[in-house]
Design a protein around this ligand. Structure first.
Ligand code: S3P
Length: 166
């Protein structure tokens, strides 16, 4: 069985949906950020702070390569993982890629109050969300399927993915 890869902006539900989907399908769930944190022995925010984003992206690339060598996983990719075309190629080589998306307003609602996302720890996170979403639109478009999660529950998104997989 191919991997199921969930990509999309921060706060679109990749982790919550990935966990629900994996449970339903009896597959193993992995979160790329968790793997990076485990390997580096540091939280993502600490990696950004101490080693910089470039270093983080390099680790992310290595994780994408490792995932391509495995099968039967449900993978929550980091929000920026699709920017590097190599990652998309690797993740798709053995996986079906779903892009979860939502309105900037909904993303702001879902992410405010959380501090573990270094890119949104800025004075104006709403502006940052709009800016990054616009910049990344073309990269998210590389997924095989797109699902608007703005007004859907975790289970409803998992239902849609299961339908696409039939
Ligand atoms: C990032 C998203 C985060 C994490 C890191 C960078 C991004 O993952 O990988 O903070 O560039 O969009 P989530 O999308 O799981 O929050």
């Amino acid at each position: 069985m191919k991997n199921i890869i969930l990509v999309g902006f921060m706060g679109t539900g990749k982790t919550a949906v990935g966990k629900a989907l994996a449970k339903r399908l009896g597959l193993r769930f992995v979160d790329m950020d968790d793997i990076i944190e485990e390997r580096e022995g540091m939280k993502i925010s600490e990696i950004f702070e101490k080693k910089g984003e470039k270093y983080f992206r390099h680790s992310e690339g290595m994780v994408a390569r490792d995932i391509a060598l495995q099968a039967g996983l449900v993978v929550a990719a980091g929000g920026g993982a699709v920017i590097d075309g190599e990652n998309v190629k690797n993740l798709k080589s053995n996986g079906v890629m779903f892009c979860l998306f939502a309105t900037p307003e909904r993303i702001f609602q879902r992410t405010k109050g959380h501090t573990h996302r270094p890119l949104l720890n800025v004075s104006d996170p709403e502006e940052k969300i709009n800016e990054l979403m616009a910049k990344r639109a073309e990269y998210y478009a590389r997924a095989d399927y797109r699902i608007d999660t703005s007004d859907l529950s975790v289970n409803e998104v998992a239902d849609k993915i299961t339908e696409y997989l039939k």
